[in-house]
Structure formats: C-alpha cells, structure tokens
Design a protein around this ligand. Structure first.
Ligand SMILES: Cc1cc2nc3c(=O)[nH]c(=O)nc-3n(C[C@H](O)[C@H](O)[C@H](O)COP(=O)(O)OP(=O)(O)OC[C@H]3O[C@@H](n4cnc5c(N)ncnc54)[C@H](O)[C@@H]3O)c2cc1C
Length: 448
C-alpha cells in the first residue's frame, strides 16, 4: 500500500514539496489549502479584465530543472525575462541596478566618511553576532551608510531596523552597498571583506550562473501558471483539496488523523507547508504565539492603466527614496503580455503606507500622486495619460521577524518535533522561489 502524505499549503512551497515527493512512486500525495484557489501569493488578482500579480512575481534565477517543469506545466508558453532593472535614491535613477545606490547622494563628505568606515571595518571586521538588523547594517556598511540603510528600511517596510531580526536582510534588496562609481566600487571590492558587502555594476559580464528567469507568456500572468499547475499535478495523481480548513491534527501510532470542515483524513505523514504557525499550534494544541512576533508591512497596491507604448520597456524599478511614495514599480502589463486591443496596458506600484494614514483613506489622491511620481522617475513617458486606476489596501504584505521571533520559532519547532514524528515542520523558512525549490528537495530524506 502507498504511503499517504498530506501537504498543507498550495503556495510555491507546497508545490515544490509535491514536485519533489512525486518522484517517489510509493507515495500518495494530497495538497490541502484553506484558500479557494491554488498558488498562495502567486495567484494573481482580476482587475478590470487584466490578470495582475500581487507585487512582482517572476520565476527569477531558478535552476534549469525547475524552469523545465514550469515550461512543461505552461505547455511551452513561457518567455525568458531579461532583467532590466533600475533603482532610485535622492531623486536620481541608477540604470541596471536594483539595490540602493548611495552614489546618488550629492554630499561628497558623506561618501568619504562611508569609505573610511568601510576601510576600518575591512581592517577589523566585526566578529560578534549582530542582535538586530540595525546592528547588522552597521557591521556590514559602517555607521554612516548603516544609518541611511535604516532610513530606507523604515520607508520600505514601515518598521525600524532595530526592531527586527538580522535575518530579515534575506528578504530585502539591501544585502549590498554601492556608494561610488562602478570603477571605485570595483577597486574597493579587491579587499576580501569588502567584496562580500559591496556591489558594483559590471558591464557585459555575460551569464554568471546556471540559473534562468522565466515568466508565463499566455497573457494570464502567474494565475495562468497556478491554474495549469493544478491540472498538471492532478494528471500526475496528486489530489488537491482547496477551500478546506483544518481544525485538529491528532497523531496515532502509525497515522495522523486530520479533521477538516470537509471530513476527516488519515495519512502517514503531514507536511506543514505554510507559515501560519498559529493554525498549526491550534490544530496540535500547542499554545505558543509565534505569529504575533511577525510584523506585516502594510502596502497600498496601485494598478495604473495607460497606453503600453508609453510604458518604459523594463522589468521594474525599486525606489529607495525615503521621501517618496512608491517602492517597486513594474511594467507588469508589458512583461506578462497583456495589452488590450485599444493599446492599454498597466503598471503596478507597491506603496508602503500607514494603515489609516492619509493615503490609506484617500486612494484617489494616492493614484494621482503615484502617477506624478512614476512619470518623473521615467517609469512611464512624460506625456503618458492615466486611463484609470485601481488601488488595493493590503494590510499585510511582506512579513518580517520582530526581535524574539527566531527564538520563539525554535521553541515551537522543538515542541512539534519532540511530540510529533509524523508532522513535519521545517526549521528553515526560505523566501525566494529558488531557495524554496532547493530546500524542498531535502524532504525526500524526511519522508522515507
Ligand atoms: C509581494 C511579494 C513579491 C515576491 N516576489 C518574489 C519574486 O519575484 N521572486 C521570488 O523568488 N520570490 C518572491 N517572493 C517570495 C515568494 O513569492 C514567496 O516566498 C513564495 O511564493 C511563498 O510561497 P509559500 O508557499 O511559502 O507561501 P504562500 O504563497 O503564502 O502560500 C501559503 C499557502 O498556504 C495556505 N495556508 C495558510 N495557512 C493555512 C492553513 N492553516 N491551512 C491550509 N492552508 C493554509 C495559504 O492559503 C496559501 O495558499 C515575493 C513575495 C511577496 C510577498
């Protein structure tokens, strides 16, 4: 008899878990999700007849083996994304660079100060583990650049860097510092320590790794992939139950009993493939509030409609200017091949915002101000006309670990692992799709 495995969560993590486990013909796989749709955050919204991703979602820098599977699921309807990125800081745009570029600062004394602090760090790198993200910025970039990075971090995520775990850096585009011209940065990077913390744009270096970046080309954005993934997985024998809420998980001698609003299932192994530890704790009767130690960044998500030929041919621009409204603006309509017959397409803008702040309560004003901002940043041409907009209030976008989260997660994980050998909760929570895919590969050892 086959071993039954339940995967809880149909986001990319649940998908990758199923993908790796499917290779074992002795397993019967069942994906369960409380949401009525497949794909978690990758399931695009329907806005004015367009399929609009919730933020920028690309199969970026993924291994060739995963790209082949995505291509098979999409019946070949994918195209390679050639990243054309830019970043903005101090009202200046740096082409071909998606991290903050402090070279945009006008003050040369500050740059000199940053340089001196970095050289001092290179001579004497910090050895103690940083307690906060603020401390980590200081250890990597020095006090002056560290302070500026803290301001940028607060602008993008709405929380102070001294309130979050240093591991939060892995979710940001702040893992490297550039503060001079490229030749000067390359010169500094000759130092082994500085090479690990500094960034420079290198011209025409060619392909630097074996990863590829692809995106669905069937005009239905990531939602198209989500729908096709369901059909593909089911054709391979994977059972999928959406809109199914788990209330109780009980481990018996040889099985796990899973009570849901759609009936009770019995499986040999259950894999928790989502980040709701509150739901897992409640189903297992473990009283520990780990989720409360996460901070959810509120965002206003603006979709702005305009003529496709007025949108710059690029992928996205990340705006690190603490005084401006937008964070990431993307030519999502163009790269998802969605242009209406009248030539209208769309741009999306993720705008960090205060819940109940001015813009939260006046989304018309937000759309008007964001439109002005992205025109001045060159995301759309100066004479582009706004043909309509949609603004969604997203109370929780990126989730960041507040101080104490790592320890609370460890304790929760220990509780689960010590009491339940058939319930698998992994101790690593990767963020990017490539890392999720690579991490899921280890499951095959856990579900032997
Ligand atoms: C705005 C944004 C943009 C991003 N862009 C990129 C990018 O371009 N490239 C990249 O590599 N990464 C990107 N990421 C990161 C990456 O998308 C995510 O880490 C990944 O898609 C998350 O997959 P997941 O399965 O862990 O979570 P989710 O997509 O959140 O899926 C979790 C699923 O579990 C379900 N679930 C939750 N609780 C329960 C429960 N109790 N019972 C049953 N089901 C439950 C949910 O309904 C959901 O379907 C982005 C993340 C965000 C937030």
């Amino acid at each position: 008899m086959k071993k039954r495995v339940m995967i809880v969560g149909s986001g990319f993590r649940g998908f990758c878990d199923a993908l790796h486990l499917m290779k074992n013909p002795d397993l019967e796989i069942h994906i369960v999700d409380s949401a009525p749709f497949f794909g978690g955050v990758m399931h695009s919204l329907d806005i004015n007849g367009f399929s609009v991703d919730k933020g920028v979602h690309i199969f970026d820098s993924i291994p060739v083996s995963l790209a082949e599977t995505v291509t098979e699921i999409m019946d070949g309807k994918v195209h390679e994304i050639d990243f054309v990125s830019a970043s903005a800081f101090n009202n200046k745009v740096t082409e071909g660079f998606s991290l903050p570029d402090l070279n945009s600062l006008d003050d040369t004394a500050i740059k000199k100060q940053i340089r001196e602090e970095l050289l001092a760090l290179a001579r004497n790198p910090a050895t103690d583990a940083p307690a906060t993200l603020e401390a980590l910025f200081d250890q990597r970039y020095g006090k002056t650049a560290g302070r500026i990075f803290c301001d940028i971090f607060r602008k993008v995520y709405g929380i102070s860097a001294d309130e979050v775990e240093p591991t939060a850096i892995a979710q940001t585009s702040m893992g490297r510092l550039k503060f001079l011209d490229d030749p000067d940065m390359l010169d500094l990077k000759k130092d082994p320590f500085l090479d690990t913390v500094l960034a420079a744009r290198r011209k025409a270096v060619g392909k630097v790794d074996d990863f590829v970046s692809i995106y669905p080309s069937d005009g239905d954005a990531m939602r198209g992939w989500c729908k096709r993934a369901v059909t593909w997985l089911e054709s391979k024998g994977v059972r999928i139950s959406l809109g199914t809420k788990i209330s109780k998980i009980t481990e018996r001698a040889d099985t796990v009993e899973v009570e849901t609003d759609k009936g009770t299932f019995e499986v040999e192994t259950l894999i928790w493939s989502n980040d709701s530890l509150r739901a897992l704790g409640s189903a297992l009767n473990i009283e520990r509030d780990v989720d409360g130690l996460q901070y959810g960044t509120p965002m206003l998500f603006a979709t702005l409609f305009t003529q496709a030929d007025k949108v710059r041919d690029f992928t996205y621009l990340q705006n690190f200017d603490p005084d401006q409204l937008t964070y990431r603006s993307a030519a999502s309509g163009r790269f998802s091949h969605q242009v209406r017959e009248d030539g209208v397409s769309f741009v999306t803008c993720e705008c960090p915002a205060d819940v109940n702040g001015t813009y939260w309560n006046d989304t018309d004003k937000l759309a008007a101000d964001v439109w002005d901002e992205i025109r001045s940043l060159g995301v759309v041409e100066k004479d582009a006309e706004l043909a309509g907009f949609d603004v969604k209030r997203i109370p929780v976008s990126f989730k960041l670990a507040r101080l104490g989260y790592a320890a609370a997660f460890r304790d929760f994980h220990t509780d689960v692992a010590s009491r339940h050998k058939r319930v698998i909760l992994r101790d690593v929570v990767p963020f990017f799709r490539r890392d999720i895919y690579l991490d899921s590969a280890h499951l095959t050892n856990l579900v032997a």
